[in-house]
Structures are given as structure tokens and as C-alpha cells.
Design a protein around this ligand. Structure first.
Ligand code: DC
Length: 215
């Protein structure tokens, strides 16, 4: 494993992605949003007209994925997120993506990876693990306001229903369900703005770095 790895997990719209980007910039670490890897595989299947439960095609797409060419703007699409959650239940697709994610973490002097199973499966030895949550209601409101801010329209109740459905699929799947690692620091951002959450995360990371220096 690389010099210093921060593993960040949590449900959709918990703030983990923004937090991961801020942490990576602050500590000079590379960042991989592993949700994008599942989204990119889902998009490859959709583009090729292949069914989302074609495990061999998903594995192939995962093994040939170019991590540096993933376009967040395109992959952020809501329908691709739904499709990604279906791709994510297939063990062969997961194994292939986990290999790619571990390769990413192993190079260079350190990295931040965010997703659903980073602390539990991808990098169980990561020195810092954060599990970022917020109530489903708060997460739905955040998504809703993000969409409005981009000039779009949305139905907040529908977003909440989608978030609950996605949480259920991600946390009950047999392979690598979304859950906090036993040694993860829980960060509930329901009542926090991003600056407060970032400060709390920094305090946890700085303490881990200081403890490491002492040993
Ligand atoms: O974080 P996101 O919305 O971009 O993730 C899209 C889907 O990918 C999510 O519903 C579950 C899946 N996923 C996963 O199973 N494991 C990860 N490490 C990251 C994402």
C-alpha cells in the first residue's frame, strides 16, 4: 500500500465526495471516486446495448477501463447512478474494479479513495477510515438544492424515494455491502456544513499522522 491512504465510505449524497476532494487537495494526495468506476462500467454496458446484469461484459469493461478518462460531467447523470448500483451487485465486476482501485492506491505517496466498501474490502489496512453519513431527508434536500442550483428541476419526494431505494440495494447486497468498517470514524454530517465536516475530518487525520510519527 502507498505511504498514506484515506478510505472514505458512506451513502449517496452524504458529502463524502466533496470531503474526499477537499482532503486530497489539503494533504496533496491523489483522489479516486470509486463510484465513478461503477458508473463508467454501467455506461459502457448501456452504450453497447448490453443488459446491466451481463456479468462477463461488466467484468471485461471493468478490466479495460481507463481510470484517467472518466468524465464526471457525463457520469453524474442520475440514470447512470441507478445503473451503476445494479452493476455493483455482480461479484465479477466488483472484483475487477477492486483490483483497479487497489492498483491506484498502491502507486505514489498516498491517496484518498471514496466509495461504499473502501474501508471494509478494498483497503482494510488503510490507516484512516471515515464513514460519512447524514439522514436520508437531509441528503435528499442537498441533492434537490444542487439540481436547482444547476438550473434544473426536480421533485424532492422522488429524490428521497430514490435515495432510500439506492441505500437499500447498496446495503443489502450479498457482496461487499455498504457498511462502516469496525475501525472507521463515523462522521454524521446531518447538522454540519461542509467546512465543519472538513474540520472534523482534518482533526481525525492529523491525529493519525501525529500518532504515526511517534511510533
Ligand atoms: O457514489 P456513487 O453514487 O457514484 O455510486 C454509484 C453506485 O456504485 C452506488 O449505488 C453503489 C456503487 N458503488 C459501490 O458499490 N462500491 C463503491 N466503492 C462505490 C460505488
Amino acid at each position: 500500500m502507498a505511504e498514506f491512504v484515506v478510505a472514505i465510505d458512506g451513502p449517496a449524497a452524504s458529502g463524502k465526495g466533496t470531503l474526499a476532494r477537499l482532503i486530497a487537495a489539503h494533504y496533496g494526495l491523489r483522489h479516486l471516486d470509486t463510484g465513478l468506476t461503477y458508473r463508467a462500467v454501467a455506461k459502457a454496458l448501456l452504450d453497447a446495448g448490453q443488459p446491466l446484469d451481463d456479468e462477463a461484459a461488466a467484468e471485461q469493461a471493468a478490466r479495460s477501463l481507463d481510470l484517467s478518462a472518466m468524465d464526471r460531467g457525463v457520469l453524474a447523470d442520475h440514470a447512470i447512478g441507478e445503473a451503476a448500483s445494479k452493476v455493483a451487485v455482480m461479484p465479477a465486476a466488483r472484483r475487477a474494479l477492486v483490483d483497479r482501485q487497489r492498483e491506484f492506491a498502491a502507486h505514489g505517496t498516498g491517496a484518498v479513495l471514496d466509495g461504499r466498501d473502501i474501508g471494509t474490502v478494498v483497503l482494510p489496512g488503510a490507516p484512516v477510515k471515515l464513514y460519512v453519513t447524514a439522514s436520508a431527508k437531509v441528503r435528499a434536500a442537498r441533492r434537490y438544492h444542487e439540481i436547482l442550483a444547476r438550473g434544473g428541476t426536480a421533485d424532492e419526494a422522488e429524490i428521497l424515494a430514490d435515495i432510500l431505494k439506492r441505500d437499500e440495494r447498496d446495503s443489502t447486497r450479498a457482496d461487499s455491502p455498504m457498511k462502516p468498517a469496525e475501525d472507521a470514524h463515523l462522521l454524521d454530517t446531518s447538522e454540519m456544513d461542509i467546512e465543519t465536516a472538513f474540520r472534523a475530518a482534518r482533526a481525525i487525520i492529523d491525529k493519525t499522522l501525529a500518532d504515526r510519527k511517534e511510533t
